[in-house]
Every structure is written in structure tokens, then in C-alpha cells.
Design a protein around this ligand. Structure first.
Ligand SMILES: [Zn+2]
Ligand SMILES: [Zn+2]
Length: 193
């Protein structure tokens, strides 16, 4: 069983939906034949202003992941940490990122500000928001377990550069990614027994 700690980076935009998001994420992995348990981290772990770029008014994704790693990795060294916050973030060379995974640190983050319809001047749609967040969480967890981007546009491991692409892909792994995931997860389990 793969253990994942879902860590709120902000209360708003995540804590209201954490139970639904957890079950959607667990379901995506069950469908791929991989057992995954998601736990809610008991407190909000806010990124520090050290990770904030005032010029761009965005967080630096790798800085947020590094901080999260330092704050959460000691509890369960075999588990994975994934932060979710209603924030906007970027990585050098990119205008923005929906998420970032650092497999070597078993830590990732998903930034949801641009996953909201309101960001594009449209009325809020919470069902759509929750579905998008779940897809991006599954995607980053796929990276943490060792998957690369997938060319199948319906596969959750396809790279999304816009919400249109996020909406086009499904919450599920294609057959090829599911098979690779199963192999990787069984190695993970034999390590952790
Ligand atoms: Zn990716
Ligand atoms: Zn795939």
C-alpha cells in the first residue's frame, strides 16, 4: 500500500474538498491496480515568503516543495507528501506550473489558483474545480512513483499547459502507464514490505 499525506498549503480551496479529492485520487490508483491510501495532514503548512517572488506575484514551486519536504518528511520516511494550495506558482523558464514533483524527495505540490473557473473570469464551478485538482494530484503522484509524461492525451500523465488540456484528459492512467505504475508500486512495497 502506498501512503500519501495530503498537506494543505492553504485552508481555502482545499480543506472544503479534501475528502472528495482523497476518494477520487484513491479511485484512480485502484483502477490502475495499485493500492493507495491518502491521509489528511492535520495542519495547514503555509509556504514562507522566502518562496514568494514579489516581482511576479507567484510562488517558486521548487522552493515550496523543498520547504514541504523539510516539514513533513520526518513523520513517515516511507510515505509521500503532496501539498495542495490555492496559490499560483512558477518554475524558472515557465510562466506557471499546475504542480511540481521531486521524486528524490518523495514530495510534490499542486497549485490550484489557475484551476478555478473564476481565474478566467467565469462563474465558479466547484465540481469542475475538484475534478481538476484531483487530476493534477494523481498526475504529480504518478511522477513521484516514477512515471514520465505520456503521449496519450486522455491519460492523466499527459502534460497539461492549460485548463482545456486538464479538462480533456481523464483522471485515469492509460494501460501502458497503469502497467508501469503497478511494477513501480510493487518495488515500492517490497522495499517497505
Ligand atoms: Zn507532469
Ligand atoms: Zn499514459
Amino acid at each position: 500500500m502506498v501512503r500519501v499525506y495530503l498537506v494543505p498549503l492553504t485552508a481555502a480551496g482545499f480543506l472544503e474538498y479534501v475528502d472528495t479529492i482523497s476518494s477520487l485520487v484513491e479511485d484512480s490508483f485502484t483502477s490502475a491496480g495499485v493500492g493507495l491510501e491518502a491521509y489528511k495532514w492535520p495542519e495547514v503548512v503555509k509556504p514562507s515568503l522566502k518562496c514568494y517572488d514579489w516581482g511576479r506575484m507567484q510562488y517558486i514551486a521548487s522552493c515550496v516543495v523543498e520547504e514541504l519536504y523539510k516539514k513533513t518528511s520526518t513523520l513517515d520516511p516511507e510515505g509521500y507528501s503532496l501539498g495542495v494550495g490555492m496559490l499560483d506558482a512558477y518554475e524558472p523558464g515557465l510562466n506557471f506550473v499546475f504542480g511540481l514533483a521531486v521524486p528524490a524527495k518523495k514530495t510534490a505540490a499542486v497549485f490550484t489558483k489557475r484551476l478555478r473557473e473564476e481565474y478566467y473570469g467565469k462563474p465558479a464551478r466547484y465540481d469542475l474545480y475538484v475534478e481538476r485538482v484531483a487530476k493534477e494530484v494523481v498526475h504529480e503522484l504518478g511522477h513521484l512513483l516514477g512515471l514520465q509524461h505520456c503521449g496519450d492525451r486522455k491519460c492523466v500523465m499527459s502534460f497539461s499547459n492549460s485548463v482545456v488540456e486538464v479538462d480533456y484528459k481523464t483522471r485515469f492512467f492509460c494501460e501502458k502507464c497503469a502497467a508501469a505504475l503497478k511494477t513501480m508500486a510493487s518495488h515500492h512495497m517490497s522495499r517497505t514490505k
